[in-house]
Write a protein that binds this ligand. Sequence first.
Ligand SMILES: C[S@@+](CC[C@H](N)C(=O)[O-])C[C@H]1O[C@@H](n2cnc3c(N)ncnc32)[C@H](O)[C@@H]1O
Length: 256
Amino acid sequence: MIAWGCCFDSGPADRSTTRQGPLSYNDTMRDSTIHWMEELPGYQPWPPADELESVFSFPVALDGGGKRLVDEVIRSQGAECLVLEVGVFLGASVLRWLEASEHCTVIGVDLWGNGWANIIRRYEREAAPWMKIVLEPLGDEVGTLVNSLESNGSLRCSLKNLERHRDRFVAVRGDFSALAADLSKHVSPTLIYLDADKSAELLQACIDHFPDATLTGDDWNWGAELGFPTRAAVNDVCARHGWRVEVERSTWVIHK
Ligand SMILES: C[S@@+](CC[C@H](N)C(=O)[O-])C[C@H]1O[C@@H](n2cnc3c(N)ncnc32)[C@H](O)[C@@H]1O
């Protein structure tokens, strides 16, 4: 467990501390009195443990393969690792990063909208083959998850799945395109995992606002009929900047 778990204490923040520029891991270590996550735009505090007790949830995994490439970068970054994940859904990939290294902390950005219950219901009804695989581990509890998403909301269901890592996960709710500039004034992630909409704009926002982060993501093979938009956007930025992309199944990592 990393030491900046102390930042989650509920004691009073030292508001007299003025910080210049975004926080990196080392800055946080130097001044653990700053409640840095409270300054993030869209920051969602953890609910008290008893409020999550009765929430049913399950980290439904949308895994197209190759995530070991990201595990490797996380482990290579050691104690410096600060992951920004764009597109958290129910937290399955966040759980994976947190478990890949006990040193890494993850800031997760998502809209956490309320459409997921209906999406799962629809896919279940239509018996989409990929959704069948995704929901299989839930057995006959799919309806329980749908009801829980409706009554608790997707953010709470996501937090329930990540609860055992309270000290290493920070939730930020909102549209990443709108938040990126502001977020970059507060944090300097070492790695970004992009798994939200498939637009080139989100990738460009990562490059513009987080130039030092290693860029990784999902969806390399998504959208054949649309010309593989993620692949096209990643190839385009690599060509423009002279970067190299490593790909395994649906996962990509840019080497600068
Ligand atoms: C494919 S799911 C993420 C799956 C998750 N990474 C996992 O592996 O379990 C995509 C998520 O991106 C979120 N999303 C889409 N566009 C977004 C945006 N512009 N800003 C923030 N989140 C967004 C959606 O709400 C959704 O939960």
